[in-house]
Ligand binder design. Structure first.
Ligand code: AMP
Ligand code: ZN
Length: 461
C-alpha cells in the first residue's frame, strides 16, 4: 500500500522492515480526563489502518503508550487529593471502555511512562555520552545545536526560534530557546524519581523514545499521532533517538488531521469538545460516530456537527437495511454475470482506494455504488446467486476493515424480544423469580424494560 509519510512529505510505498509484520507505535492518550471525540478521530484512523493491514494478511505489533505523568495529570491529582496512579488508572479505564464501545482493536502493549523511568534514564545517559545534553538548575536539556540533522519533520520555521530571537530564553533556564527538557528537576508537590542528575521527572518527549525502542526496537516501521504532535513532540523524539542511537526511530510517520468544531480544533482547552459519553447520553449510536469519523480521509480536516452525525447514522442505516434485505433475498434463477462482475469491480475499487493512502471516502463510495446496483437488480428480480455471494463478501470486507458490524442491531433486537417473551411466559406461570432474573440480566447488559398498558417496551440505558 501507499501512505503519506510526513518525513518525506510524499505519498510513498509503505513496506515493513520484516516482511509480513508491521511494528507500529501510537502516541496514546494523556490520562488526566475523559478523551474527546477529536482524540478518537486519530485513534480510529489508526484502527482503520491496522484493520486494513490485518485484512491484507499482515501481522501488526502495535504499541500505544499512556502518558500518565505531565503537568495536567499532576495538577489534577493534586487538585483532587488523589495519587497520580489512582487518577491515571481511573482515566485509563475509561479510555479502554470508550475504545471498546467504538470497537477499536486493542494494542498489544499499553506501556505507561511512570513504569519506564529506568529506560528513560538510560536513554538520557546515552545522549549525554554522545554530547547532546547539559544540566541547568537541576534539569537536563537536549542541546539542539549539537544535532545538525535536527528538524527532520521540518514543518515549522525555526529561524525565528533561534537564541536571543523572539523567545526569551532566560525564562527557560536553557542555553537556547530551541533546546528542550529531557529530565525536569524535582519541584514541590510533584512526583519525582532519583537520577544521576538529581531527583526529577521525565519530560514528555522522552517516554515515547524510550518505550518505542523497548517494545519495537530502535528502528521500527510506523509512528502515528495527530498533526499537533508533529512539532515539537515528534521532532524531539527523532532528535532524542538520533542523539542516543544515531538512528531515526521510525521509517514512516503518519499524522491525522484534526476534528474541528465550527472551524476550530476540538480541544479541552477551548472547551469546544464532546466526549463519546456525551453523545451516548444524547442517544447516539457509537457505530454511527465511528462511521462518521472514518468517512473522511485522515489527511483532511473534518468539522463535527450533529447533522453530520445524523447523516452518518442514515448512511449506516442504509447499509444495515441492505444487509438485511440481501440476507432475505431469493436469488433469481437466471444468472446475471454483468452484475456479478460489476460488484467485483467495485470491490476492487474499495481495496485500491484504501491502498492509496487509506482513502476511506472513495472506498465507501465504491461500496455504495455496488449497493445501488444490487438494489436495482433486486427490484427487477435479477439478483443472482453469484451476485449475492460476491456482495456478501464485499459487506464482510467492509465489516472487517471499517470495524462496523452490520447485523448487530437486528440480532440484538431479536434477542431482546425473545427474552421479553420468555419473561412474559414466566410471569404468566407466576414464576416471578425467573421473570425478575431475566429483567436483571437485561439491565446488566444496559437494556431497561418498561411495563406499560401497551405491553413491555425496552430501551438502552
Ligand atoms: P492527548 O490525550 O492530548 O495526548 O491526545 C491524544 C491524541 O489525540 C493525539 O494523537 C492528538 O494529536 C490527538 N488529538 C487531539 N485533539 C485532536 C483533534 N481535535 N482531532 C484529532 N486528533 C486530535
Ligand atoms: Zn508520543
Amino acid at each position: 500500500m501507499r501512505l503519506y509519510n510526513s518525513l518525506t512529505r510524499r505519498v510513498e510505498p509503505f513496506q515493513s522492515l520484516d516482511p509480513g509484520v508491521v511494528r507500529m507505535y501510537t502516541c496514546g492518550p494523556t490520562v488526566y480526563d475523559v478523551a474527546h471525540i477529536g482524540n478518537f478521530r486519530t485513534f480510529l484512523a489508526e484502527d482503520l489502518l491496522k484493520r486494513f493491514l490485518l485484512w491484507t494478511g499482515m501481522k501488526v505489533h502495535h504499541v500505544k503508550n499512556l502518558t500518565d505523568i505531565d503537568d495536567r495529570t499532576i495538577a489534577r491529582a493534586n487538585r483532587e487529593g488523589v495519587s497520580l496512579r489512582d487518577l491515571t488508572d481511573h482515566y485509563a479505564a475509561l479510555f479502554f471502555e470508550d475504545m471498546k464501545t467504538l470497537n477499536c482493536l486493542p494494542a498489544d502493549e499499553y506501556p505507561r511512562a511512570t513504569d519506564h523511568i529506568p529506560e528513560m534514564l538510560a536513554l538520557v545517559a546515552r545522549m549525554e555520552h554522545n554530547g547532546h545534553t547539559y544540566l541547568s538548575q537541576g534539569s537536563v536539556y537536549f542541546r539542539v545545536a549539537s544535532l545538525p540533522e535536527y528538524g527532520a519533520l521540518c514543518t515549522v520555521d525555526l529561524s525565528g526560534n533561534l537564541d536571543g530571537a523572539r523567545v526569551d530564553s532566560d525564562h527557560y533556564d536553557k542555553e537556547s530557546a530551541r533546546d528542550f527538557v529531557l529530565w525536569k528537576g524535582a519541584k514541590e508537590r510533584e512526583p519525582s524519581w532519583e537520577s544521576p542528575w538529581g531527583p526529577g521527572r521525565p519530560g514528555w518527549h522522552l517516554e515515547c523514545s524510550a518505550m518505542s525502542a523497548k517494545y519495537l526496537g530502535e528502528v521500527f516501521d510506523l509512528h502515528t499521532g495527530g498533526v499537533d504532535l508533529v512539532f515539537p513532540h515528534h521532532e524531539n523524539e527523532i532528535a532524542q533517538s538520533r542523539g542516543a542511537t544515531g538512528k531515526s526511530p521510525a521509517r514512516h510517520w503518519m499524522h491525522m488531521e484534526h476534528l474541528l468544531v465550527n472551524g476550530e480544533k476540538m480541544s479541552k482547552s477551548l472547551g469546544n469538545f464532546y466526549t463519546l459519553r456525551d453523545l451516548l447520553e444524547k442517544g447516539a449510536d457509537p457505530m454511527a460516530l465511528r462511521y462518521l469519523l472514518l468517512s473522511v480521509s485522515y489527511r483532511k480536516q473534518l468539522n463535527f456537527t450533529f447533522e453530520a452525525l445524523d447523516a452518518a447514522k442514515a448512511a449506516l442505516g442504509r447499509l444495515r437495511d441492505f444487509a438485511a434485505r440481501m440476507e432475505g433475498a431469493v436469488p433469481a434463477s437466471e444468472p446475471n454475470p454483468g452484475l456479478a462482475q460489476a460488484i467485483e469491480g467495485h470491490r476492487r475499487a474499495f481495496k485500491e482506494a484504501l491502498e492509496d493512502d487509506l482513502n476511506s471516502a472513495v472506498a465507501l463510495s465504491a461500496l455504495f455504488d455496488a449497493l445501488r446496483a444490487c438494489n436495482t437488480a433486486m427490484d427487477a428480480g435479477a439478483f443472482c446467486t453469484a451476485s449475492q455471494t460476491s456482495m456478501a463478501g464485499f459487506l464482510a470486507d467492509f465489516e472487517a476493515v471499517f470495524g462496523i458490524p452490520l447485523k448487530v442491531a437486528h440480532s440484538l433486537e431479536a434477542e431482546v424480544e425473545a427474552l421479553i417473551a420468555k419473561r412474559q411466559e414466566a410471569r404468566k406461570a407466576k414464576d416471578f423469580k425467573e421473570a425478575d432474573r431475566i429483567r436483571d440480566d437485561l439491565k446488566a447488559r444496559g437494556i431497561l424494560l418498561e411495563d406499560g398498558p401497551q405491553g413491555v417496551r425496552w430501551k438502552k440505558s
